[in-house]
Ligand binder design. Structure first.
Ligand code: NAD
Length: 237
């Protein structure tokens, strides 16, 4: 009889999508595609200049639609052969879903969706996706739809279910994140005391103040993740 499958919580950040051609923010001198974050990723920016903010996210959407999942996204799908896998991603792209991962929780929103500014429960698919959100696309209150993105300074509604998934995990793996964006960076502290934690990021060795049990794998995701997944699948046999 097959034993109970172990649970793995995967915490992924912008670095896992870097080799798919989607730039990270912190690796580019604080500029994200030539924009300052305060000009495009804050509630104040949306209020001040909705056209600029919506235009910026429409460009991000166009870039995501052109990108393809890479070997790291695909390896995490294979992990489901032997484990119960929950992916908790800071990314707004859908590359985990397109690779085939079945359980993906987005902490910072989803670039394929738009949200009412008056009713946070009114979240819809952008249609047609290729066009992005149009200026003048209004909700039932007559307000402009905004990107379904958590801006800097806004609450992260999915942090609660995410922390429960990490708490319940037997193994935690952190991939491609600088661990500087809170509250996402605090999630690993919910790990059970006996749960091993792996950290795969080319700068993993430079991280300061990490829990002693964290095993750092200083590799790009495209190489480090498939190798780690192979080891995990071998050890589950
Ligand atoms: P971040 O703070 O998580 O930093 C990026 C990390 O990726 C760094 O630690 C870097 O060493 C690592 N990295 C770079 N190349 C890598 C590779 N090939 N393999 C593995 N790791 C690699 O994230 P950020 O870029 O500062 O972004 C801040 C926030 O902006 C994110 O939390 C996210 O919400 C959003 N963002 C999303 C996307 C996306 O959806 N793809 C892209 C950029 C930013």
């Amino acid at each position: 009889m097959e034993g109970k499958r172990l649970k793995i919580a995967v915490l992924s950040g912008a670095g896992i999508s870097a080799e798919s051609g989607i730039q990270t923010f912190r690796d580019s001198d604080g500029l994200w595609e030539n924009y300052r974050v305060e000009d495009v990723c804050t509630p104040e920016a949306l209020e001040r200049n909705p056209e600029l903010v919506i235009g910026f996210y429409n460009q991000r959407l166009a870039q995501v639609l052109k990108a393809q999942p890479n070997s790291a996204h695909r390896a995490l799908v294979r992990l489901e052969e032997k484990y119960e896998v929950d992916i908790i991603t800071q990314n707004i792209d859908d590359l985990h879903e397109r690779a085939g991962s079945t359980r993906v929780l987005h902490l910072h929103g989803d670039i394929r969706k738009k949200r009412s500014q008056a009713d946070p429960l009114d979240i819809r698919d952008i249609e047609p996706l290729a066009q992005g959100i149009r200026m003048g696309d209004l909700d039932r209150f007559g307000m402009q739809y905004r990107p379904h993105i958590v801006f800097f300074g806004e609450a992260v509604p999915n942090i609660e279910p995410a922390s429960r998934l990490v708490e319940a995990a037997d193994i935690v793996v952190i991939i491609g994140t600088s661990l500087q964006v809170y509250p996402a960076a605090g999630l690993m502290y919910y790990a059970a005391p006996d749960a091993p934690i792996y950290y795969i990021d080319p700068k993993a060795d430079e991280a300061k103040g990490l829990d002693k049990r964290v095993v750092c794998i200083a590799e790009k995701a495209g190489k480090g993740v498939p190798e780690w997944v192979d080891r995990m699948l071998d050890s589950a046999r």
